[in-house]
Design a binder for this molecule. Sequence first.
Ligand code: SF4
Length: 66
Amino acid sequence: MRILRVDPEKCTGDQVCINIAPDVFEMNSEGKAYVKDQVGADEETLQKAVKQCPSGAIYWEEAFDE
Ligand code: SF4
């Protein structure tokens, strides 16, 4: 399973990802984006957000079942 994540160290809070996928990303109280629902958009839209994030803060984490 892959988990979509935002690296808060890299995120500049420009909200590009939220404009692309408003049901997936949300801003936290520190002005950083986080993933609230990774199934809130289709795969193509998620990849678009990963690619278009200006700071490269959005990434996939591989999670392996035990
Ligand atoms: S597009 Fe990238 S830098 Fe901009 S708010 Fe989203 S995660 Fe942060």
